[in-house]
Design a protein around this ligand. Structure first.
Ligand SMILES: [Zn+2]
Ligand SMILES: [Zn+2]
Length: 260
């Protein structure tokens, strides 16, 4: 194991997984679920891409982002699996994969989503943001203010925003016990930062896949679903119904669907 997320997750020794996401609302069945932070065994995770895909389906996820550290081999393998599976399987439970990468920057981990290639590691986070943007990707801050894993600090996030760096999202829910201490602080700070909230499991073990997720809902109150084009979703963080929906991520998924 690398140093990321060093606490042993629940269920890693075969015990049943204790759900860490708050219960979904009664009408959650019609909402899509996206786990936007996942690792495979081509990185420092323990689950093969096939296992990740199988487990994602078993947990009824609709979108998964494969975000191995500093490379995209796991994402590539999973994309191959999806491309080669029988149409019956895809039709029965369609699943969308986002090509992602958790980049090791000098200031802490940083996630790029919708990438075409990995971003160079061990540079300043500003350079990583530029590199993600150059690929047309989205920037998400994982486990913000986390103390046990290399994470962007409050000061760094403040500074980036002050200097006009376009952060797209912030992981307000990451179930790792290493992040539990910062959770309420981050939630409060994001009241000022106003970044789109995401939830991601950061799963390094199959048992944790889907332990946190971002909900995809159809439209917000101000935009009735019928006015949105088909496939338009507003993402809403799985643990709360009141956070600002990360619309940009929804838009990117939609654009990808249209290109396909
Ligand atoms: Zn990390
Ligand atoms: Zn991670």
């Amino acid at each position: 194991m690398a140093t990321d997320d060093i606490a042993l997750p629940d269920g890693a020794d075969g015990r049943p997984l204790v759900s860490v996401s708050p219960p979904a609302p009664a009408d959650a069945t019609r909402l899509g679920r996206a786990d936007l932070h996942l690792h495979t065994n081509l990185g420092d995770g323990t689950a093969s891409p096939a296992r990740v895909l199988g487990e994602a389906r078993r947990r009824e996820l609709d979108v998964i982002a494969v975000t191995d550290h500093d490379h995209m081999e796991g994402a590539k393998r999973l994309a191959d699996l999806l491309a080669n599976e029988s149409p019956d399987v895809s039709a029965a439970q369609p699943i969308e994969m986002i090509w992602g990468c958790e980049i090791t920057t000098r200031q802490g981990h940083f996630i790029g989503l919708f990438l075409r290639e990995p971003v160079k590691m061990l540079r300043h986070v500003e350079e990583s943001i530029d590199a993600v943007k150059a690929q047309g990707g989205l920037c998400v801050v994982p486990h913000p203010l986390g103390r046990l894993v290399p994470s962007l600090s409050r000061r760094k996030i403040d500074e980036l925003l002050d200097r006009g760096y376009a952060l797209d999202g912030i992981e307000l829910y990451n179930p790792s016990p290493a992040n539990a201490g910062a959770r309420s602080t981050v939630r409060e700070l994001n009241g000022q930062w106003g970044l789109s909230a995401t939830g991601g499991s950061d799963a390094h073990f199959w048992q944790h896949i889907g332990a946190a997720y971002t909900l995809l809902s159809e439209g917000g109150q101000e935009r009735p679903p019928e006015r949105l084009p088909i496939g338009a979703y507003v993402l809403q963080c799985g643990w709360s119904w009141f956070v600002d929906p990360p619309r940009k991520i929804a838009r990117m998924i939609r654009q990808r669907e249209q290109r396909a």
